[in-house]
Write a protein that binds this ligand. Structure first.
Ligand code: GLN
Length: 484
């Protein structure tokens, strides 16, 4: 069998082949590792891969049948280095499994840790990785999106069967859209955050990046559910997401928020979204315009709340408990050690965010920025509550443009922040949202469609996405991985 033939397939296809006795899970793992060995040096979707350890992993029986799942480098896998692509965590080995990891293992999955990412998940391009950017498999001079860019690129290029990412403001959905794969951010509280290195604890969620909607349902079923170790995880039963795919979509009411179809969207993106709206209508969904009036405040609100929480969460990296410690001659004492460790250990973007976050929380500015940000967050949440009184789902572009060039937005943080303009609100409101391929630009870059649902309605989200996927062919296209 030629290298890459198994690695290109989905979890559910491989599971069926294994159950039919046609292939073994070991062959799948071997093929994925061969593809990583061949393409990772140029793509850098993974920070490092210990092939021997991965091959040796025992797998239990279960719905995931010994198949490998790729893990973003901010999710703890017991005994493995977990750096969040930051120098400050270099050498840190996770002392325990995150809850999602334990659940994947119980379902029979094997793990391929250490997908590349923006440092501490701060970014939209994976260029903020301290260990070099990931390249987009559809055009190697372009970014894969971020911060889960390694996970998305690996799935798109057949260097992974499926992957886990994390999403605080779009970090699963925006790279999914740039790489032409499916990415799902679950409802806040649907999936345990225990063992996810915290960025902004009130926004962070773990979710799947997969080759199709069926795999998204399969992985979500495995990782969702209440966990006593995460006090914000919801004590609700987990529906059978696979069974939910088959329900009918006829008559679903789909709102099209007018604030998301604005001037400045790339014309190819606009065209693909318009065509997707028509495709949904052909499936019997009823579309109607809706308004989310506070949308224009979302980016500013997010960068107040997310940086405030990040500055607090990053306070623990001081050279004492985790990873890297700068060497000092000891004369400056403990404070000097903290200062040198944080100066040398953090890259530019974490420093920017620590400064911003500390500022908005400081005495005298707390009310003007942080508290006001929380109030606007409530207004944004109420926009969604109101829209979902009339609609079952909302439909938007995932990002205003396709994948941009490496380096294009690096000197302009504000431009970078604006690439999340359509994904951030879902995190502020806590609602589930999914990105899936809905077309290509003239230059052959994937375009993503975003669907959003009311809290804990992932079943409806997946059902509509599955119906759209069945009616289209976008998810079947694979990158040729050309350079230039
Ligand atoms: N790009 C956004 C940021 O830089 C979102 C990142 C994320 O979701 N982790 O914060």
């Amino acid at each position: 069998m030629p290298t890459g033939e198994l690695a290109a397939q989905t979890l559910h296809e491989l599971r069926d082949l294994i159950q039919a006795g046609r292939i073994s899970a070991d062959e799948v793992v071997a093929d994925v590792l061969a593809c990583i060995e061949r393409s990772n040096p140029s793509m850098r979707a993974y920070l490092a891969v210990d092939a021997e350890r991965i091959r040796r992993q025992a797998a239990q029986d279960g719905p995931l049948a010994g198949l490998p799942i790729t893990i973003k480098d901010n999710i703890c896998v017991s005994g493995e280095e977990t750096t969040c692509a930051s120098r400050i965590l270099q050498g840190f080995r996770a002392p325990y499994d995150a809850t999602v990891i334990a659940r994947l293992r119980q379902q029979g999955a094997r793990l391929i840790p250490r997908a590349n990412m923006d440092e501490f998940a701060f970014g939209s391009s994976t260029e903020n990785s301290a260990f070099g950017p990931t390249r987009n498999p559809w055009a190697m001079d372009r970014v894969p999106g971020g911060s889960s860019g390694g996970s998305a690129a690996a799935v798109a290029a057949g260097l992974a069967i499926a992957a886990l990412g994390s999403d605080t403001g779009g970090s699963i959905r925006q790279p999914a859209s740039f790489c032409g794969v499916v990415g799902l951010k679950p409802t806040y509280g649907r999936v345990s955050r225990y063992g996810l290195v915290a960025f902004a604890s009130s926004l962070d969620q773990i979710g799947p990046l997969t080759k199709d909607v069926t795999d998204a349902a399969l992985v979500l079923s495995a990782i969702a559910g209440h966990d006593t170790r995460d006090s914000t995880s919801a004590p609700l039963p987990v529906p059978d997401y696979l069974a939910a795919l088959r329900g009918k979509v006829d008559g679903l009411r789909v709102g099209i928020p007018k604030e998301y179809l604005i001037e400045g969207i790339d014309p190819d993106v606009r065209q693909a979204i318009d065509a997707a709206i028509k495709a949904c209508e052909r499936l019997g969904m009823r579309t109607e315009p809706v308004s989310l009036p506070h949308t224009s405040y979302a980016v500013a609100t997010y960068y107040i709340i997310a940086t405030a929480e990040a500055s607090s969460n990053l306070a623990r990296y001081d050279g004492v408990k985790y990873g890297f410690r700068a060497s000092t001659n000891g004369e400056g004492g403990l404070l000097e050690m903290y200062l040198r460790t944080r100066t040398d250990g953090f890259g530019a973007e974490p420093k920017r965010r620590i400064l911003l976050g500390t500022y908005v929380l400081s005495h005298g500015y707390y009310d003007a920025y942080y508290l006001k940000g929380l109030k606007v967050r409530t207004l944004i949440k109420q926009d969604f509550d109101r829209a979902f009184e009339r609609c079952d789902l909302l439909l938007t572009p995932t990002a205003p443009s396709p994948a941009f060039r490496i380096g294009e937005k690096l000197d302009d943080p504000l431009q970078m922040y604006l690439s999340d303009i359509f994904t951030i609100s879902a995190n502020l409101a806590g609602v589930p949202a999914l990105s899936m391929p809905c077309g290509f630009t003239g230059a052959g870059l994937p375009v993503g469609l975003q669907l959003l649902a009311p809290p804990f309605k992932e079943d409806v989200l997946l059902r509509a996405a599955f119906a759209y996927e069945q009616a289209t062919e976008w998810h079947r296209r694979k990158p040729a991985m050309t350079t230039g």
